[in-house]
Design a protein around this ligand. Structure first.
Ligand SMILES: *Cc1c(COP(=O)(O)O)cnc(C)c1O
Length: 369
């Protein structure tokens, strides 16, 4: 049996009549740009997040970029981000002309280590960008406290954590701004690119609504220099169908994670991810650690089990960020774990049998050595 890393087709087949109908309605109305489906989605997503405002944006990266701009982050400013994240978190910061200041991860959570943030604050620091990586919520209380102490803005990158809760509250709503990606493989994925910004603040929501749409207050009246970073109406129509299933899908992912962890727990050489309290991890990815990761991945591939590394090269070692002047030992946990992490197959429709096949292959690898 082959186990795919992710299978989007199963989900589409289950939603097909509803999705096809929703897309056909947009095509029939020809209201392709900021149509009523976008407004519907924005209302529904804000309600889902239990926050004031949500705005449909063209992608997760664009959501982060507009979020930073709306907070007034620009050249000369520094933004604190984790060293272990997807490149987009850093690209958003450099994209607005600011400098990313990296902080090492806590190896227990894979997320930014709150205890190391304060040492990274300088007079130029404008904002902190916690990233809820792999779907695991960051420990936000100490981060919000540092922000309060130094008068910093907080912009959450929740691109892998749609629906996760921190102490009862949805992530993406605890700071000034929360950003989401609807890249197809995300927990809530569109059928193309898409993203959103959430905020409890009306002033920021208004500013982002302008910035995403040419900086216009009303048609052809431009109060500032903006962008074209709007969520496509067709994507909003797809998201309206899929949002209703997000809680169930996240529940499935958590069940898969619990099953993986139970089955993997006695296999030597494999470290499983922490399972925090229910809701605090939505398992966009289920990431294990092995000191023989590359051999393990090759072995699994030969057995038909697909895995991916998120991410093989941390930000501080990417060629694109050579100008930050970092060495591997600047962020020792991130550098070390980049050689050990491995994401196992994870999607809501994954079967118990596929999990068992995956674990059996990992056990066989462990026993063969
Ligand atoms: C996917 C992702 C993004 C970027 O989203 P796009 O929609 O692909 O632009 C940003 N940050 C993180 C952590 C992500 O996983």
């Amino acid at each position: 049996m082959n186990v795919p890393f992710l299978d989007l087709q199963i989900q589409y087949r289950s939603l097909r009549p509803e999705v096809d109908q929703a897309v056909a309605t947009v095509l029939g109305n020809c209201n392709f740009i900021l149509g009523k489906e976008v407004e519907e989605f924005e209302r529904a997503f804000a309600e889902f997040l239990e926050t004031g405002f949500a705005l449909g944006i063209s992608s997760g990266l664009d959501a982060l970029s507009l979020g930073l701009r709306a907070l007034g982050v620009g050249p000369g400013d520094e933004v604190i981000i984790p060293a272990n994240t997807f490149i987009a978190s850093a690209l958003a910061v450099t994209g607005v002309g600011a400098t990313p200041v990296l902080v090492d991860m806590d190896p227990a959570t894979f997320n930014i280590d709150p205890a190391r943030i304060e040492a990274a604050v300088t007079p130029r620091t404008k904002a902190i960008m916690p990233v809820h990586l792999y779907g695991r919520t960051c420990d936000l209380d100490p981060i919000l406290e540092i922000a309060r102490l130094y008068d910093l803005r907080v912009i959450e990158d929740a691109s892998q954590a749609h629906g996760a809760r921190y102490k009862g509250q949805r992530v993406g709503t605890l700071g000034d701004i929360g950003c989401f990606s609807f890249y197809p493989g995300k927990n809530l994925g569109a059928y193309g690119d898409g993203g959103a910004v959430a905020t409890p603040r009306r002033d920021l929501a208004d500013r982002i609504a302008r910035l995403r749409n040419y900086g216009q207050e009303k048609k052809y009246h431009h109060s500032e220099k903006g962008f074209n970073h709007r969520l496509d109406t067709i994507q909003a129509a797809v998201l309206n169908v899929k949002l209703k299933h997000l809680e169930t899908w996240n529940q499935r992912r958590a069940e898969h994670a619990a099953r993986y962890s139970a089955l993997l727990k006695d296999i030597p050489g494999v470290i499983t991810p922490e399972l925090p309290e229910p809701g605090a991890h939505v398992f966009h990815l289920y990431v294990i650690r092995s000191e023989r990761r590359d051999e393990l991945q090759k072995f699994l591939a030969e057995k038909g089990v697909a895995t991916i590394i998120h991410y093989p090269i941390p930000i501080h070692l990417q060629d694109a960020y050579r100008d930050l002047g970092h060495a591997p030992e600047d962020f020792p946990h991130t550098t070390k774990l980049a050689g050990e992490i491995l994401s196992l197959p994870m999607f809501p429709e994954l079967t118990d049998e596929q999990i068992e096949v995956t674990v059996a292959a990992i056990r066989a690898f462990s026993e063969a050595s």
